[in-house]
Design a binder for this molecule. Sequence first.
Ligand code: ATP
Ligand code: LTN
Length: 329
Amino acid sequence: MARMLSGIKPTGQLHLGNYIGALKHFVEYQDEYDMFTFIANLHCITVPQDPQELQKNLHDCVALYLACGLDPKRSTIFLQTDVKEHAQLGYIMCCHTYMGELNRMTQFKDKQAKGETNLSGGLYTYPALMAADILLYDPDYVPVGEDQKQHVELTRDVAERMNHRYGDLFKVPEPLIAKVGARIMSLSDPDRKMSKSDETNKGCIYLLDPLNAARKKIMSAKTDSLGVVHYDPENQPGISNLMQILSSLSNDRPFAEIEQEFAGKGYGDFKRAVADAVCATLEQIQNRYAEICASDLIETTLKEGAERASVLAAEKLSKVQKAIGMEIL
Ligand code: ATP
Ligand code: LTN
């Protein structure tokens, strides 16, 4: 069975874009792949965090992943800091990554270009740690958003460099970029992606939003004056975004079928159907979330996940250190 690995960096509350673009796919992948999912808490602290808020986000992230259907029996789910090898191989990776390569990473460059000050050394070397996260487990595929593709490519370059220098150490993984639903847009500004950094809070539906608040956000979503439910992201970005949401929450229903159902009807009817689909999904997730929070599933999942992951990670780190000549045998 091919292996897949993904890391999640919960620096905020999970939203519908995260669900449709990432989470939903991870749940589907666990049937086909040996799936590894970890909570990247080392990556979280590359930018300043409020300790209480971070702790809550980490907890909610695990609970929501489980509530959405990630199954600890079929997937290995763990916290990055519970497997100490991440930090140690991360340092080794850092020593095999050139500053020129890190300087080219757009995520860091963008923050610098925006004039953000006091950027940390951890943020700069983040891609080397991400390479370690991946290479510890020899995955075949790494599902990521478009923004992370460059980091997976760097991972491939460093893996090839070290394989060439020290012998066969790592499997060279492929990034896997989802095509459909990869970019759910903001409800209030459909030219921008739905994001937790949405200041108005109107464009983003959080998975833990009260149902009436979520419904309100859909009903007041920005549309257009054309009055036809038609998939055309260029000229009708708001309607097309709502169609994407409806389609992916109803078993990838074809757009043509949705267009047919709402032919001759107003946007109000269409939005109600989208709101019903969103609320049904949220209700199911929130009920399961409440059950999970009242149980010990989070603790047992993370404990078992870390045990399973540690076996592979320890073996890989030792192989790498031996090959480099760092161990006294
Ligand atoms: P944000 O702008 O909310 O901070 P992000 O991309 O930094 O977004 P992450 O928590 O890093 O958010 O994302 C987790 C996963 O969710 C990634 O795979 C990312 O590509 C995906 N994702 C995030 N926002 C969207 C969106 N609007 N539509 C589809 N997928 C998304
Ligand atoms: N950089 C990613 C999170 C992340 C990750 C990983 C993803 C950290 N390590 C390893 C895939 C594989 C992000 O910002 N979303």
